[in-house]
Design a protein around this ligand. Structure first.
Ligand SMILES: Cc1ncc(COP(=O)(O)O)c(C=O)c1O
Length: 446
């Protein structure tokens, strides 16, 4: 059985790497069985599975062939462009066929149940799977406190709008922070304050003052792989945030959207230091699987459950997505994919840091020491004109994102920086990209 899966996975990898071109005939069953050192029935089964997944097709009396894939998303990409701007995971590394298999399996298991509305809090068995999945990240919770949401985004929106038992009204956000959440808070007219976060961390005394003010219902933070800075809080800071939350009865919303890219063992999120009385833990699957799944999960303190349920009365999260993800986690594919993608991104981050060291000899940019995740940032000198810099870089086929959008519109003590994402840059592009960025910053700094 195990051998069958290894062979199937090897065949998928070869297909993904483009070793077989569309229309090409695959090796015969006999010769594949010799290559893999297995029985012909194992190969027949693997080919049948690939055929079921529409990766290959059979021609009677002739053999198996690769399918033609019309309209591949790759065809629309500008292959010359070096993309440091993306928020998407590396779609080429995504185990498409594995996931397709999980979708089919989910339908087999749940049958018609998947074609109903389901429950607003999410698929019961998926929530049970999440109990042990989250425990791997030191997030221990009873199933009743876990609610599945339509992406982390939905939880962020509900928490911003709903009343809190501490009776306070404002949201405190780090500056900079996740740009789309800022735009949401501003558009909805939710009272919001900013507190500076830099590569060096956060001023805990200022945080305490804000908490003490009696205005803050919710402090939104990313304990690791901050978007856009890429940085992670030290254990001392995470511990202190948990302590202050309890002391001043402020709720902390810990957005652990990149938990799966964590290379460190035993990272304790803020949640782990408070046990879930004032800390709300938020999980996204968008950076590890793909955002189109629209599945996220939230672990809520007991005191918030009833109100959160009242704001999430619709069963609006795709049951098919939840069931497929459940199968994907339970059969170990998630864990396998996670290891693959972590080492892929780590090697790109390493390449980026090496290139920075190579080209930043004049110290034109400041770059924090980041080893994992997909983001880092290049801090610029105040006199650099970012708009002009971005135009020049676009002219040289490099896309990056300015730090400006990650601040509240009325927050004035902004740092100048570029957010750099490595999730879709190939190692051979990274060196060239960093070289050109630093060259152009050099021109702007004269
Ligand atoms: C910091 C942060 N939180 C949450 C999200 C949204 O996650 P989801 O796709 O699960 O809604 C993103 C998306 O990029 C993000 O950057």
């Amino acid at each position: 059985m195990k051998k069958y899966f290894l062979i199937l996975s090897d065949m998928e990898n070869k297909i993904r790497q483009g070793l077989y071109i569309p229309g090409q005939k695959l090796p015969s069953i006999r010769s594949s069985a010799e290559t893999y050192g297995c029985s012909m029935s194992t190969i027949t089964r693997a080919y049948a599975e690939l055929e079921k997944r529409h990766a290959i097709y059979s021609v009677p009396q002739s053999g198996f062939y690769m399918v033609e894939k019309p309209g591949d998303w790759r065809d629309n990409r500008d292959s010359q462009m070096i993309n440091f701007a993306t928020v998407l995971p590396d779609l080429e590394a995504f185990p498409f066929l594995d996931f397709q298999h999980c979708l089919n399996k989910a339908i087999d298991i749940y049958k018609y149940d998947l074609f109903t509305y389901g429950e607003p809090q999410g698929l019961e068995s998926f929530r049970h799977t999440l109990v042990s999945h989250l425990a791997n990240d030191q997030v221990f919770s009873k199933v009743e406190r876990i609610i599945v949401t339509s992406g982390a985004q939905q939880a962020l929106e509900i928490l911003a709008k709903m009343p809190f038992p501490n009776g306070k009204k404002a949201v405190l956000v780090e500056q900079p922070t996740y740009d789309l959440y800022l735009r949401f808070l501003e558009t909805e007219g939710i009272p919001v304050y900013g507190i500076a976060r830099t590569a060096a961390g956060i001023d805990l005394q200022e945080l305490e003052q804000r908490f003490r003010s009696g205005e803050i219902k919710l402090f939104y933070t990313m304990s690791r792989y901050h978007n856009p800075l890429g940085t992670t809080y030290s254990a001392e800071v995470r511990k202190a945030i948990a302590r202050l939350a309890g002391q001043y009865d402020v709720f902390v919303l810990e957005d652990d959207y990149m938990a799966d890219l964590g290379a460190e063992r035993q990272f304790d999120p803020i949640y782990a230091y408070d046990g879930g009385s004032n800390v709300i833990y938020l999980k996204s699957f968008s950076k590890i699987i793909f955002p189109g799944l629209r599945v996220g999960a939230i672990v809520l303190p007991e005191r918030l459950l009833q109100t959160f349920h009242a704001y999430k009365i619709y069963p609006d999260t795709s049951l098919l997505s939840q069931a497929a993800l459940e199968v994907y986690i339970k059969n170990g594919m998630y864990e396998r994919h996670k290891h693959k993608i972590v080492s892929l991104y780590d090697s790109r981050m390493r390449a980026l840091n090496e290139s920075v060291e190579r080209y930043n000899v004049q110290g034109l940019i400041e770059v924090p020491p980041i080893r994992s995740g997909i983001y880092t940032h290049f801090k610029l000198k105040p006199r650099v004109n970012i708009e002009r810099l971005l135009k020049r870089l676009a002219g040289r086929k490099i896309s990056v994102v300015s730090g400006k959008g990650f601040y509240l519109l009325n927050y004035l003590e902004r740092e100048k920086f570029l957010r750099i994402s490595i999730s879709q840059t190939q190692p051979e592009q990274i060196d060239e990209g960093v070289k050109v960025i630093i060259e152009e910053i050099g021109k702007e700094s004269k």
